[in-house]
Ligand binder design. Structure first.
Ligand code: TGC
Ligand code: FAD
Length: 387
């Protein structure tokens, strides 16, 4: 596997073990069938509990069954899962960074005990409802709202493009609390079997086909007071979760790009044209050299992020730079790898075109490339250019 500057040498035993466990899982359980899942537009849901047993959901959290592994170990896990498919990493990212993290960071003791072990073991599936049909890049404009009603709240609104919504037991829904004058955004734990909740699947996707995506409809849905996340109010709630998930994506994208590189290198050495392997042509070697260089740079950024996160110095802007850069790298290099595979490259027998299609989603979700550009622009100039 590509590790040009020997980053492996600095890993501890636990980090190697977690990486190798995930790599083996992907090799044995994902790679054989992922092309079929991609074609069929399905996710291997039967593996969700096994992924829990293997510790793939938020192992970097502490307590409630989570082992509190290092941020490097967590990153390596995301990298290996996304080398299998972005849909697989998405499953783990949403469950861990977008559902378990907010409950862990902002939930009551009862909420933590009720949900964290079940989600960690993959007995329950969660989803994260922030995006709305009319409010994607600017979630602060959300219309979904909560009205006080006796001992709880009544929720109305709709969320769209929600990973795992159709198979989720629990949705973390972000809504405006109309009972306060300033209508702050608050997080609500909504069990999907509550009256008034619908979770239709979105099935026309040409990207992320091995991931289940849906809407969340909320029509006069009652949730008791104890389902509100008590520890946060305002956009900081959902945005802080995005920082966790974007961190995982910065690592994951490296895995997808690496898988494309490995496939292209193998193909270049095996495929013969004009009397020998195509890997002997300088044009092909230039592609491999550039791919390896870009992937190595992305790896270095991801490792640096882990160090900053470990010592508590990671800022959202650092994560924006890495999400933006590493996903762009994976998007561009998957295209080059596809090209090196010629006609075979457009089939699901090989991974690059599947990764390439997935990268269109990864480039767009968790803050589009443009939005991360503007976050960095604000950091560098002090001038906000969103509006
Ligand atoms: P702004 O006024 O800048 O900030 C509001 C408060 O939030 C704090 N904050 C953050 N905290 C932690 N992490 C971050 N990334 C944060 N960004 C902002 C900020 O300090 C402030 O706190 P306080 O205490 O002062 O109140 O917020 P804004 O509403 O103007 O945000 C601007 C913008 C454009 C950056 C933000 O809206 C944004 O990031 N938009 C992109 C939307 C997005 O990424 N959506 C993702 C939806 S979830 C998803 O795609 C899941 S895919 C999952 C999968 O399948 O893997
Ligand atoms: P828009 O915000 O409408 O953007 C359209 C275009 O305009 C983009 O190119 C964008 O970069 C550009 N643009 C927007 N604003 C600006 C600006 N100020 N300056 C310059 N350009 C701008 N959301 C969730 O809440 N939970 C999930 O689990 C989830 N999973 C997803 C899974 C998939 C497969 C997909 C595709 C999306 C998912 N999303 C999820 C939604 C995702 O986060 C949004 O699609 C994303 O935030 C962009 O919003 P939008 O699609 O409405 O695009």
């Amino acid at each position: 596997m590509l590790d040009f500057v020997d980053l492996e040498a600095d890993l501890d035993e636990e980090e190697r073990l977690i990486r190798d466990t995930a790599r083996e899982f992907v090799t044995e359980q994902i790679k054989p069938d992922i092309g079929d899942h991609f074609e069929a537009g399905t996710f291997p849901t039967e593996l969700i509990p096994e992924m829990g047993e293997l510790g793939f959901y938020a192992p970097n959290l502490e307590g409630y069954g989570s082992p509190n592994v290092s941020e490097t170990a967590y990153g390596l896990l995301m990298q290996e899962l996304e080398a299998g498919d972005s849909g697989l990493r998405s499953m783990a990212s949403v469950q861990g960074a977008l559902v378990m993290y907010p409950i862990h960071a902002y939930g009551s003791e009862a909420q933590k005990e009720r949900w964290l072990p079940a989600l960690g073991e993959g007995e329950a599936v969660g989803c994260f409802g922030l995006t709305e049909p009319e409010h994607g890049s600017n979630p602060a404009g959300m219309e979904t709202n909560a009205e006080r009603d006796g001992s709880g709240y009544v929720l109305n609104g709709s969320k769209t493009w929600i990973t795992n919504a159709p198979i989720a037991d629990l949705a973390v829904v972000w809504a405006r609390d109309r009972s306060s004058d300033d209508e702050p955004v608050r997080g609500f734990l909504v069990e999907t079997d509550r009256d008034g909740v619908t979770t239709n699947e979105i099935d026309e996707k040409l990207s992320m086909r091995a991931s289940i995506t849906g809407e969340i409809g909320l029509r006069d849905v009652f949730v008791p007071e104890e389902n509100v996340l008590p520890g946060v109010s305002g956009m900081k709630g959902p945005l802080s979760c995005l920082t966790q998930a974007r961190y995982g994506i910065a690592w994951g994208a490296v895995g997808a790009a690496r898988d494309c590189f490995e496939q292209a290198r193998e193909y270049a050495l095996e495929r013969e044209q004009f009397g020998g392997p195509i890997g002997r042509f300088q044009l092909q070697q230039e592609k491999l050299a550039e791919m390896a260089t870009q992937i190595t740079l992305a790896q270095l950024l991801a490792y640096r992020l882990a160090d900053l996160k470990e010592r508590g110095d990671l800022r959202p802007q650092h994560v924006s730079m890495a999400k933006r850069n590493n996903v762009r790298t994976a998007r561009e290099q998957s295209k080059v790898a596809r090209e090196m595979l010629g006609g075979n490259g457009i089939t699901t027998d090989y991974s690059p075109m599947r990764h390439m299609a997935n990268m269109e989603t990864v480039y767009t979700y968790e803050g589009t490339h443009d939005i991360h550009t503007l976050i960095l622009g604000e950091e560098l100039t002090g001038i906000q250019a969103f509006e």
